[in-house]
Design a binder for this molecule. Structure first.
Ligand code: FNR
Length: 381
């Protein structure tokens, strides 16, 4: 397993097709999904030789918290369907490696399950805003009780993007026993055996609130009924007051929105297009990053996600103004391939790639990486 792509191939063989494709797809034509990776590849690095790079470190901080490298695990729904107890395994791998883990509202394992299995090591919780404010308040209280050290509020899913793969696959949690599914599951014995022993097979945080929601059509209908499309900046301020701790706003692509995020008292924002799963046709996150970083200045921390598959990508994001990055699919491939060990392997791969790339660019400390590690595009290019 030498690169993230190796783990993706193993995950593809091991995870039932509907759950694998839930991860490995984007919305509508998938043009934004593809642009996320492509635009990273188009940025060229500037090699710098004969500098003393014998002592190097990629360790830094995110929200003042020490991290082994500027990479956090992004919130991802249904992670417990990539591998039994997936959220617990990923949280443990992140804890042991020294990077933050974010639990999604739409996780399979509940907040309390993850807290119990990580020795109450702090993790972050991601919140979707729903119409039922009493339910939001109860989730915030549960996140506090579970010792979560930051709240990520996702702003780019007021309605759900249409993902063709999920519709075609009849995605459901747990999978429906159709002939096609049974054949598919028969090929994935390791996954099936793991699931037999797992504690949860439905949405742990919102159970009771999602009765009758098991397939993608009912989930989309539930989301559109529950998620609050009237969400405004006033609600963000309300959540900030209610939570009282560090608040991260996720899903910003626009400089004007970024300034609003600063005005709302956010502690960090994430330049993200939800991994190309929401507004197809939006720019890649790496392309949107410089304007947002410039608009925010040094006011709050700017992070990015969407398309990060390697340490080179982390370095490029850093060069364009992202103090931190988050990975979604990259860690999910590791999880689907080898569980906790697979997530650890992905983190090791990315850290090594980051360290070596930094060395080739003649830098010794990740905090010294700036736009000068990139080659300016040729005029008109
Ligand atoms: C996501 N993402 C996401 N974001 C969020 O705020 N809450 C969620 O529940 C989910 N669920 C989810 C499921 C899956 C399968 C994926 C791939 C993504 C978006 C995620 O946090 C992040 O923005 C992207 O994954 C980043 O893009 P890459 O790294 O996957 O390219």
């Amino acid at each position: 397993m030498t690169c993230v792509e190796d783990l993706r191939r193993v995950a593809r063989a091991r995870v039932p097709r509907m759950f694998y494709e839930y991860v490995d797809s984007g919305s509508w034509s998938e043009s934004t999904y593809r642009a996320n990776e492509r635009d990273f590849q188009q940025l060229l690095l500037r090699q710098s030789v004969a500098r003393d790079i014998s002592r190097r470190t990629v360790a830094t901080t995110m929200l003042g918290q020490p991290v082994a490298m500027p990479v956090a695990l992004a919130p991802t729904g249904l992670t417990g369907m990539q591998h039994a107890d997936g959220e617990i395994l990923a949280a443990r791998a992140a804890r042991d490696f020294g990077v933050p883990f974010t639990l999604s509202t739409m996780s399979i394992c509940a907040l309390e399950d993850v807290a119990a299995h990580t020795g109450r090591h702090p993790f972050w919780f991601q919140l979707y805003v729903m119409r039922d404010r009493a339910f939001i308040e109860s989730l915030i209280e549960r996140a506090k009780a579970a010792n979560c050290s930051a709240l990520q509020l996702t702003l780019d899913l007021p309605v759900m993007g249409q993902r063709h793969a999920d519709i075609r696959n009849g995605l459901s949690v747990p999978p429906r026993p159709t002939l096609r599914n049974l054949l598919d599951l028969a090929l994935r014995t390791r996954w099936c055996l793991g699931m037999l022993g797992t504690r949860r097979r439905s949405f742990g945080n919102i159970v009771g609130h999602v009765k009758g929601v098991d397939d993608m059509a009912s989930l989309a209908a539930w989301t559109n009924a529950q998620f609050d499309p009237s969400l405004s900046w006033a609600d963000v301020e309300w959540i900030k007051r209610r939570w009282g701790g560090p608040l991260v706003l996720k899903g910003i692509l626009d400089a004007e929105d970024a300034r609003r995020a600063v005005d709302c008292g956010a502690d960090a924002l994430v330049v993200s297009n939800h991994g190309g799963r929401q507004l197809d046709g939006a720019p890649s996150a790496i392309r949107a990053l410089p304007a947002v970083a410039q608009a925010v200045g040094r006011g709050i921390e700017v992070w990015m996600d969407s398309g990060v598959r390697s340490g080179q990508d982390v370095l490029k994001a850093r060069a364009l103004g992202a103090r931190g990055t988050m990975i979604g699919r990259a860690f999910l491939y590791g999880l689907g391939a080898f569980g906790e060990a697979g997530v650890t392997r992905v983190l090791q791969i990315i850290q090594r790639e980051l360290d070596l790339t930094m060395a080739f660019c003649g830098r010794t400390h990740i905090d010294d990486v700036d736009a000068s590690v990139l080659l300016a595009p040729p005029a008109g290019g």
